[in-house]
Design a protein around this ligand. Structure first.
Ligand code: BTN
Length: 275
């Protein structure tokens, strides 16, 4: 019946592991688990890791009731329109090198987003993906360590795909967007998810087998950061500076207003020039 068919067309199709995996050539991210609703895909991935889940387990949810952002923020996670995905990884990485994982994911997300939009997305250090200055994706990397060794990492990515900006809470509406908001039409969530997992797999293999240099180079291309005036916000300080470069471990090198070079390993930046 036409009526029944119409209502099915309006319902977003849930992401399913077999459809995601079909035809992909994955080396590491081989176990995909899809859920209708969880509190947080990062929380679930972390618990599974503690129970011994293998490297390369990928958790996807249609909705999150307690989606977590960086610095204690909430990640708004309505059902069926976006992508909430966490990668459980067990890299041989010293805990001080953890930001390499975040930057690896940022490159994979930026490349995936770039394949959908006719202009270049920007990575805002360390992990936001912006479309025309508005945030469309964020990454929360959580590392669990023992002494000097990383036991596992959970890299959680939230991407606003078909989230209508008009349905975003007022405090987000002018600072965030979605791919649909930028493109004026919805994107295919399954196709996007497949592309992202393939790219994340490839870049993770590069990180673990080839090193960080090619990732840092690609990251710089999307960040276009050098020389920009920025405001750095950390837990205990806020200051303006000139962005210089990405350090070999993923830290941001800035020049403060008295000419001193400084490494930023944690915090947020905002652009304060017009570029
Ligand atoms: C940020 O603050 O920019 C990071 C947002 C990360 C959100 C994602 S959604 C999937 C995963 N599960 C969570 O609870 N958070 C991350």
């Amino acid at each position: 019946m036409a009526g029944a068919m119409d209502s099915r067309i309006d319902e977003p199709r849930a992401l399913a592991a077999d459809a995601i995996l079909r035809g992909l050539a994955l080396k590491r991210l081989v176990k995909i688990c899809c859920f209708d609703e969880v509190d947080s895909t990062n929380r679930l991935a972390r618990d599974l890791a503690r129970q011994g889940a293998a490297e390369g387990t990928v958790i996807i949810a249609e909705a999150q009731t307690h989606g977590r952002g960086r610095m204690g923020r909430v990640w708004i996670s309505p059902p069926g329109v976006n992508l909430y995905i966490s990668f459980l990884l067990r890299p041989e990485l010293h805990p001080t090198q953890a930001s390499k994982l975040t930057l690896t994911a940022a490159v994979a997300v930026a490349e995936t987003v770039a394949s959908y939009v006719p202009f270049s997305p920007r990575i805002k250090w360390p992990n936001d993906i912006l479309l025309r200055g508005r945030k469309t994706a964020g990454i929360l990397c959580e590392l669990v360590c023992e002494a000097e060794r990383s036991l596992f990492a959970v890299v959680g990515v939230g991407i606003n795909l078909n989230f209508s900006p008009s349905l975003m809470p007022p405090e987000l509406r002018y600072v965030a967007t979605s791919l649909m908001g930028a493109l004026g039409k919805p994107v295919d969530r399954l196709d996007f998810t497949r592309t992202l997992i393939q790219k994340m797999d490839t870049w993770y293999v590069t990180l673990t087998e080839g090193g960080f240099t090619p990732i840092a180079d690609r990251w710089r291309r999307y960040a276009r950061l050098e020389g920009r005036r920025i405001r750095v916000t950390q837990v205990d300080a806020t200051f303006t500076a000139k962005a210089m470069d990405l350090d070999i471990d993923g830290a941001l090198i800035v020049q403060t207003d008295d000419g001193t070079a400084r490494r930023i390993v944690a915090g947020d930046i905002a652009f304060v020039d017009q570029n």
